[in-house]
Design a protein around this ligand. Structure first.
Ligand code: PLP
Length: 396
């Protein structure tokens, strides 16, 4: 059986999406910036997609700017805002310890090359940022607060609306990385007091290599990609028309099935979580529970075993899972997110993430619940760490 349980890393482009994209590769290939009528088809397609994305967020089409990825949208929001703020003597960025590297490494860059002061807010053991901590960190030099909407490793959903309200009251722009959240949650940028929001199409059954930044009317961070006058002079590069068209379609479809998918995913997620807790002793669920957790995220630590080893064993059984962020899968460092949640190094190494989605079936959940306990038990039987753990508990 092939079981794909890594929907947070990426999703397949859905056939409906692919279908609307196809004509924009070799048929309607015109450059949208050209003046002749043939190219107007490309321009119109981009504007339709902009409206589709805007509608899904309760934003205005003029507030949506397409980018080359979620990472680029994050880079733009942070670098563009901090560079502009420098002109007004502001150089402080507030973010969190559990952001994706698209934010963390950008913050490090700003610190190193632009002299930006960065506050990394801590989180509690479930991964929640406290609104009071955001408030306490604000100074008269603060140029931007960036707190992710939902975490990609453990699925914790942050109190974005409340943080947004605080920032609005303090007149500080608020950015949120919603690359994961936008694929599962109903987001209303107006109601949630969001000034800037990053998204990515490939997390929501759209194509890879296209993202967007929502920029509330009136906000003008410095451009990130300099060049031509595309995207109203705010983001240069000849547009990835097929990608943008696919993004718009993917988002419209996503929105139409959001409620239903949420319910189905949540039920399967909870079945997998309770099955693992029941069948595998000394397993620990990482992150929050219930509606404060993304409906597709299951993240566990299994004391005494390395997550990487489990991944390889699962792969031999046809199951694709992850140890955390796809981007750090080549790194042997323990997850920065799990360490921020207070896990010890050995627990952070032993974590495993399953992320379910449209490819998931009930049979697959049962299959994982059948295969995983055997794998963990076998690996533990060979593990000196497990032996030490049992001894420390007086169980050996
Ligand atoms: N932000 C978060 C929270 C993510 O999970 C990811 C991808 O995993 C990104 C940003 C980067 O998005 P992209 O792959 O479109 O660059």
């Amino acid at each position: 059986m092939f079981v794909y349980m890594d929907h947070t890393a990426t999703t397949p482009t859905s056939p409906e999406v692919l279908k609307v994209m196809m004509p924009y590769f070799s048929e309607n290939f015109g450059n949208p910036s050209s003046v002749y009528s043939f190219s107007r088809k490309s321009r119109a397609a981009i504007e339709k997609a902009r409206t589709q994305v805007a509608n899904a967020l309760n934003a205005e089409p003029s507030e949506i700017f397409f980018t080359g990825s979620g990472t680029e949208a994050d880079n733009w929001a942070l670098k563009g805002t901090l560079e502009k703020a420098k002109l007004n003597g502001k150089n402080h960025l507030i973010t969190t310890q559990i952001e994706h590297h698209a934010i963390l490494h950008t913050a490090e860059y700003l610190k190193k090359f632009e002299g930006v002061e960065v506050t990394y807010l801590p989180v509690n053991s479930e991964g929640f940022v406290k609104v009071e901590d955001v408030e306490a960190a604000i100074t008269d030099k603060t140029a931007l607060v960036s707190v992710m909407f939902a975490n990609n490793e453990v699925g914790t959903i942050e109190p974005v609306k409340e943080i947004g309200a605080l920032c609005r009251a303090k007149k500080i722009p608020f950015h949120t990385d919603a690359v994961q959240a936008a694929a599962h949650l109903d987001i209303d940028v107006k109601e949630m007091n969001i000034d800037m929001l990053s998204m990515s199409a490939h997390k929501m059954y759209g194509p890879k290599g296209v993202g967007a930044l929502y920029l509330r009317k009136g906000l003008r961070p410095e451009n990130f990609v300099h060049g031509g006058a595309q995207e109203k002079g705010r983001r240069a590069s000849t547009e990835n028309i097929a990608g943008i068209v696919g993004f718009g379609e993917a988002m419209e479809i996503l929105k139409s099935r959001l409620k239903n998918d949420f319910a189905i995913n949540s039920a399967r997620r909870d079945k997998l979580i309770s099955g693992i807790l029941e069948k595998i002793p000394h397993s620990k669920l990482n992150g929050a529970t219930g509606d404060k957790r993304l409906p597709n995220n299951i993240n566990f630590s299994f004391i005494g075993v390395e997550g990487e080893t489990l991944l390889l064993d699962l792969d031999t059984k046809g199951i694709s899972a992850s140890t955390g962020s796809a981007c750090s899968s080549e790194s042997l460092d323990p997850s920065h997110v799990l360490l921020a949640l207070g896990l010890k190094h050995e627990q952070a190494h032993g974590s495993l993430r399953f992320t379910i989605g449209r490819l998931t079936t009930d049979e697959q959940i049962d299959y994982v619940l059948e295969v995983l306990p055997e794998i963990v038990a076998r690996r533990r039987a060979m593990s000196p760490l497990w032996e030490d753990y049992l001894k420390s508990k007086g169980e050996l």
